[in-house]
Design a protein around this ligand. Structure first.
Ligand SMILES: Nc1ncnc2c1ncn2[C@@H]1O[C@H](COP(=O)(O)OP(=O)(O)OP(=O)(O)O)[C@@H](O)[C@H]1O
Length: 497
């Protein structure tokens, strides 16, 4: 998560509320993310693998490869996250309340200077000394461990017939990150599990031994990850937008005394009594931080994980004009994380023999999901909620276009095409303001024909609409067809309650 702050956001009136909005972001975002765990870095996808329209596009040395699964495993676990977070107010309210409670309690405990426990502490389940445990975060270690537990559960639920019918006989390639099974037999099967829970596909499904090794490998990684913070974790980072020259003008700055923390300061005599507040993050990017630095620290590790078969998401959150689109997409001169991630993933795939990449660009606008790669008029696509026995709910947009990309340029062209169709509106704060949530998803699929294994990782890059309330940004030009504001409270732009 990349949280964006505009240090100049210190208006003379209504300042307290606005400062609170920025401060609340710091607390709300990590808490909210927990409820979006499925859209975060997670275990390799157990779902069925479906080729997108146009069929698979294979990398150098690849060959046309037919998938036996029906198409439709799609791309919007992030849309999920965003959609659920922003639209299902009933669900998020307790979480929001918990965060507000934390903020309030934190304030009460300090007087003029309040040090709020670091979000990462809360996320990783180490209760901050001064923090009451938020009710909806009940034991967040369990929450993080949920992914690992999920893997165990899915493995445990392998149908018996499947377990005994197949085996893996060859040593997996280096990229597969698996050990060969201890015992093997030659039988093969096209069987898949009832819930599509086998990641080994097409001509074979894992043997009992093989799948156990596979699972334990993932479980180890996931379990290890929550301990070492490399994978399977949520990191919350802040980037400060440049632009404020004078000290008096600034309401946010990196804290020199405490690493990776930001100090928020209220400007103006009316709210001086509020004092300062410090928030600690995984990383704080000062105003002078380059695009490259942001990518290297926050996104490059996720790209590596995607190549290893994990799903990852990068979500840019912040007020309008705070630099979300600049960070995610950037400009030709200052390339954002999206083009860098695309190049990074393609560079890694170039070392492999058999791979394919497809991309999709979706937009959540006015509470509906739109497919921005549809060549005709921009169309809405339905969101299907799928509830697996062990996987919880996931959301898919099977009708959304998934464009095959053989080169980074093709993937970038798809992103550019989607950006062009994205709804923008002029606000008083940002003349090219994004009024929708943009979700760019890149799916990297690698195959090993020898063992019939498929390894797939997804990267979701999300540029959220401005988090401010609509009336604050005075975005009066956009209204729904029914004359309502673009988004209601609690959803889309201005989604804070
Ligand atoms: N780190 C930065 N360095 C240089 N310019 C920046 C930086 N961050 C933002 N900007 C500039 O600030 C302006 C607003 O940024 P941007 O459009 O990315 O904001 P946003 O958060 O996406 O806003 P909205 O939610 O309204 O779309 C742009 O002109 C952008 O180039």
């Amino acid at each position: 998560m990349l949280l964006h702050l505009n240090p100049r956001w210190a208006p003379s009136s209504g300042g307290k509320k606005r400062l609170e909005e920025q401060a609340c972001c710091a607390l709300l975002v990590p808490v909210l993310l927990l409820s979006a765990r499925d859209g975060m870095i997670s275990h390799p996808d157990f779902g069925s693998l479906g080729p997108g329209p146009g069929g698979p596009c294979l990398g150098p040395g690849g060959r046309e490869d037919d998938e036996d699964s029906p198409g439709g495993d799609s791309n919007t676990s992030l849309a999920v996250a965003a959609g659920r977070l922003l639209d299902e107010r009933e669900e998020t309210r307790p979480v929001l309340c918990a965060a507000s409670q934390r903020l309030a309690l934190g304030r009460r405990e300090g007087t003029s200077r309040v040090a709020i426990g670091p979000p990462r502490t809360a996320i990783r389940g180490r209760k901050a000394a001064s923090m009451p445990e938020a009710p909806t975060l009940a034991n967040s270690r369990d929450h993080l461990g949920g992914a690992a537990a999920l893997v165990r559960d899915v493995g445990a639920s392998m149908p018996k017939g499947l377990e005994s019918s197949t085996s893996v006989t060859t040593t997996p390639p280096a990229w597969c990150d698996r050990k060969p099974p201890e015992s093997s037999s030659s039988s093969r099967s096209n069987a898949t599990t009832s819930a599509g829970t086998s990641v080994v596909r097409r001509t074979s499904a894992p043997s009992s031994a093989g799948s156990t090794v596979l699972r334990s490998s993932w479980v180890d990684r996931l379990a290890g990850s929550s301990a070492n913070g490399v994978h399977g974790d949520v990191s919350v980072n802040v980037r400060l937008r440049p632009g404020s020259n004078s000290e008096d003008d600034r309401c946010a700055e990196p804290c020199r005394e405490l690493m990776h923390s930001v100090r928020l300061r209220q400007i103006g005599s009316r709210y001086d009594q509020l004092g300062e507040a410090q928030y600690q993050f995984d990383h704080v990017f000062p105003e002078e931080a380059s695009q490259e630095e942001v990518f290297n620290v926050t996104v490059a590790p996720i790209c590596e994980a995607v190549i290893s078969g994990y799903n990852g998401a990068v979500i840019a959150y912040g007020q309008t004009g705070s630099g979300k689109t600049h960070t995610v997409v950037g400009t030709p001169k200052f390339r954002g994380v999206a083009p860098r991630a695309i190049h990074c993933i393609f560079d890694a795939l170039a070392q492999r023999t058999l791979w394919s990449v497809d991309v999709s660009v979706l937009e959540i606008y006015n509470e509906r999901v739109r497919d921005l790669l549809n060549p005709g008029a921009v169309t809405h696509v339905d969101v299907h909620e799928v509830r697996g026995e062990h996987e919880g709910a996931s959301f898919r947009c099977p009708d959304a276009a998934r464009r095959q990309a053989c080169t980074p340029e093709e993937a970038l062209a798809a992103l550019a095409e989607g950006m062009k169709r994205r709804e923008t509106a002029r606000t008083d704060m940002n003349h090219h303001s994004s009024r929708s949530h943009l979700i760019f998803t890149l799916t990297a699929t690698q195959r090993d024909p020898e063992i019939g294994a498929t390894l797939r990782g997804r990267l979701h890059l999300v540029d959220l609409a401005g988090s401010e309330r609509l009336k604050r940004s005075m975005s009066t030009e956009f209204a729904s067809p029914r004359g309502q504001p673009l988004t209601r409270r609690g959803s889309g732009s201005g989604h804070r309650p």
